[in-house]
Design a protein around this ligand. Structure first.
Ligand SMILES: [Zn+2]
Length: 824
């Protein structure tokens, strides 16, 4: 089978000179495990759509056709002129010359336009390169039956598209043969990162590690000390770079960590510097993407940086996207540590270090059953972006291309943003602090200690609202006299004649995940199903953020406002029904009214209930499903919660299958850069809290907690601590040389280390101690007597005072011994 990995336009591509301008498609042949490149055979050309025929001649125009499009925004059919040009570059020029005309679809990237018009689905398998129909892998009949039976009452559009999504998700992801490359460049001086634009410094070593078990090591012959292994290539610099790039180009996929920004760019520019005659299989396009002639280059750092991946897929497991931080957080391994400059390492050590980086880069696509590769494939298939694009562009670009494909597929005119705004207008209520429309609702927390609280939340709330109320740019305020349904609070009309394009496709994601992939993944433990389930969740959750973003191609303010406002309505309705039940179900109302319960706290889509009866919980679930059209889930049951007056700041003792577990929200002690002594104290306090059984034992626990915190405070005052215990540990997010104006404390400490000759890089963890007179010292240099007692006591207080507030302990008087008004 041939898997379509990438679609590139060769207009400016130096590999394909002396040929006519056109599209090249890169397929992965899974039998030969090689890339195969094919020209477009359809004669497709770029175009834009216009209301009027241009009244001028232009040599770039190849042809003009009159075509009919469906205009869903104005609910009409529309005849437009399709103005076909010879090259994509002509599109902006033509747009400029047609200022007085009405123009549609002129801003779509040409490769996207090509993928859409040919109905191609990137990362799906094809029989031949001339076909635009992907191979329909035969799915298990039972699975199909199960999916269908779970779907229920949906629209025709939904069922028309359902088979497509089943194919997209159930077609397996091939384990493509791939390699990772990493290079080491001789540092000019400490603190100075070589500039890949000029590539002045020599490359000293290169390592390539392949998924096929092969690896290739290169060392620059200028180094006096030869490598001790025979299989290391000890070559001239240009020979070594040239050979390494050729090896990568023979792999279907080449992986790098920051290859666009450094490695590949450096190799290319260095090679050009060394020899003008060599044919280099790499070029950098206008977007700064580094392309190989054959191989598809994925820069994993860029992919891991994407909010969709960092925030939603890996739930913020890594804080910054250095190789060290990503690998440590995702699979607990890291770079090889060394002292001094890389160039000064003995050759064998240098190779070991270099090898590890390349290996880690490869392993990022292998750990956890190749989850990262799978996420990239699913994202490419669902959003119709090729692999190069989907791993580099933001979720906004993903969705733009996804919906462009859907519009073109159904011959629907892609609306102009200004037309959406003109027709639908703006939000009717402004949000707080100048926001275009009001955001999420917060039910202010009630501070105190509460027993048997239950946290409930609406499942994928915003996406569920989009689905339930059929919200899309063309269906909100549709204007059809026959459409009578309205949004609950804003009263905006909702279309019942058509299903919205955005709502239909999000419903498909939501329904497939909820009714099939999520329960199935849980039941079977199958990692492939788990990957699909995880991906759909990413797509659904990020979609809401995009639909509400005014930069989105299909942004419609009343739609975005309608979604958040209905979210507020849902949360308030839930509270009202809990406190004062009026909805009738199988439990008599009189009984429910005796079971009424208070809400303790609410935020966006979740709500904490005070000691609700099981019947009440069941009742609320029914109420939400029947009256609000949304599922309510029990997120956690707490033996006890300690709420503070600040939002998203509480401690709960959650009842789990494996005993009680303390859950901390927003309080400082958990953060990883907090000094170990405070973390340890915090953990001890949590363990004490986990032992709480009832109100009586809570009082005893409170006394124990007070003693623990007092002991820590005493240790600080008497300076009986080691510098390690009180160190702050912060990872360096940029190279030291890039800090100029404001120098944060951890950077100051890093500079001191640098002065001592240590090599410091972005991603390194810097440990420092706060000392008297506002100075800082790296842990290595600090002495206990230097520590700033006042600062550390403040820190201790900032961690424990918020925790003591709901426990009703006065930090000032109990810990610091300050007298309160009552004492006088
Ligand atoms: Zn309507």
């Amino acid at each position: 089978m041939l898997w379509l990995l990438s679609v590139v336009y060769d207009g400016r591509n130096p590999f394909f000179t002396n040929k006519r301008y056109s599209i090249k498609k890169k397929y992965y042949n899974d039998e030969t495990q090689q890339i195969e490149i094919y020209d477009d055979h359809t004669g497709h050309k770029p175009y834009l759509l216009a209301k009027h025929k241009p009244d001028f001649n232009y040599y770039e125009i190849q042809k003009i056709e009159k075509i009919t499009k469906i205009d869903r925004l104005y609910d009409t059919e529309r005849e437009v002129y399709k103005i076909i040009t010879k090259t994509p570059l002509a599109i902006p020029r033509l747009t400029e010359r047609m200022k007085n005309n009405v123009i549609w679809e002129n801003k779509i990237k040409y490769t996207t336009c090509y993928i859409c018009d040919n109905k191609l689905v990137p990362c799906m398998p094809y029989e031949t390169t001339r076909s635009s129909d992907y191979i329909r892998v035969k799915h298990d009949e039972n699975i199909l039956k199960e999916i269908m039976s779970g779907v229920g009452n949906e629209s025709n559009d939904f069922f028309d598209w359902l088979p497509h999504y089943i194919d997209v998700y159930l077609t397996p992801v091939p384990s493509v043969r791939r390699c990772a490359i990493d290079i080491e460049v001789e540092e000019e001086a400490p603190k100075k990162v070589p500039n890949p634009q000029y590539a002045k410094q020599p490359v000293i070593s290169i390592v390539i590690v392949g998924s096929d078990g092969k690896s290739y090591c290169f060392v620059n012959k200028e180094r006096k000390e030869p490598p001790s292994h025979n299989d290391v290539n000890y070559l001239n610099e240009w020979e070594m770079i040239h050979e390494a790039l050729q090896i990568c180009d023979n792999y279907p996929i080449t992986l790098t960590f920051n290859g666009d920004g450094f490695d590949i760019k450096y190799l290319r520019n260095r090679l050009r510097r060394l020899s003008k005659k060599i044919n280099i299989p790499v070029y950098i396009d206008n977007d700064g993407f580094a392309h190989f002639r054959n191989s598809v280059h994925i820069d994993l750092q860029l992919f891991l940086q994407q909010a969709a991946i960092q925030k939603y897929a890996f739930r913020g497991a890594y804080k910054n996207t250095s190789l060290e931080e990503c690998c440590q957080s995702l699979f607990n391994m890291g770079k090889i540590k060394h002292d001094g400059l890389v160039r000064d390492l003995p050759t064998d050590k240098l190779l070991e270090y270099n090898y590890m980086d390349a290996w880690l880069t490869l392993y990022l696509t292998q750990f956890n059953d190749e989850i990262l590769l799978k996420l990239a494939f699913f994202a490419a298939r669902v959003n119709k972006c090729d692999l190069m694009t989907v791993t580099r562009k933001s979720a906004m670009a993903w969705l733009s291309s996804r919906f462009a494909w859907i519009h073109r597929h159904d011959n629907i005119l892609i609306p102009r943003r200004e037309d959406i705004q003109k027709l639908k207008g703006t939000a009717s209520k402004k949000g707080k602090t100048g926001a275009k429309f009001s955001g999420a609702k917060v039910l202010e927390p009630v501070p105190g200690v509460f027993w048997n609280a239950v946290l409930v939340d609406f499942t994928s709330m915003y996406a569920s609202i989009i689905k339930e109320y059929n919200i899309s740019y063309e269906t909100i305020k549709c204007g059809h006299p026959e459409c009578k349904r309205r949004l609950p609070r804003l009263g905006y009309q909702i279309c019942s004649k058509y299903n919205g394009i955005i709502s239909t496709h999000l419903s498909l994601d939501l329904t497939l995940r909820k009714n099939y992939f999520k329960p199935k993944a849980k039941q079977t433990g199958d990692p492939s199903l788990k990957a699909i389930e995880q991906f759909i969740k990413v797509e659904v959750n990020m979609s809401w953020g995009i639909v509400g973003n005014d930069k989105f191609d299909y942004y419609c303010e009343p739609a975005a406002e309608g979604i958040t406002d209905t979210g507020q309505f849902n949360l308030l309705s839930l509270r009202e029904e809990a406190m004062n039940p009026v909805y009738v179900d199988s439990v008599p109302l009189s009984k429910l009214q005796r079971l009424r319960c208070d809400t303790l706290y609410g935020h966006t889509d979740s709500c904490m209930l005070n000691n609700p009866h099981d019947l009440m919980l069941e009742h609320l679930k029914n109420f939400c499903l029947q009256k609000l059209g949304i599922e309510l889930d029990v997120e956690a049951r707490y033996l006890v919660v300690f709420l503070t007056s600040r939002k998203a700041n509480y401690i709960g003792i959650e009842i789990t299958k494996n005993g009680n577990k303390a859950v901390i929200k927003g309080l400082q002690g958990k953060k990883s850069n907090t000094p170990p002594l405070f973390q340890k104290t915090f953990k001890t306090v949590l363990r004490l809290l986990e032992e709480v059984k009832d109100e009586k034992s809570l009082e005893e626990t409170k006394n124990k907690i007070i003693n623990v915190v007092r002991r820590t405070r005493k240790k600080i005052i008497t300076k009986k601590v080691t510098p390690q215990e009180v160190s702050f540990n912060i990872s360096l997010s940029r190279e030291l040389s890039t800090y100029h104006k404001t120098i944060p404390q951890h950077v100051r400490a890093a500079l001191l280390l640098k002065e001592m000759g240590e090599e410091i890089h972005s991603g390194d963890i810097i440990s420092y101690v706060k000392c008297k007179d506002g100075s800082v010292q790296p842990v290595e240099l600090a002495r206990p007597e230097d520590i700033d007692v006042k600062k550390y006591n403040q820190q201790l207080k900032s961690i424990f005072a918020p925790l003591f507030e709901p426990l009703n302990i006065n930090y000032d008087s109990v810990i610091e011994g300050k007298k309160t008004i009552i004492d006088f």
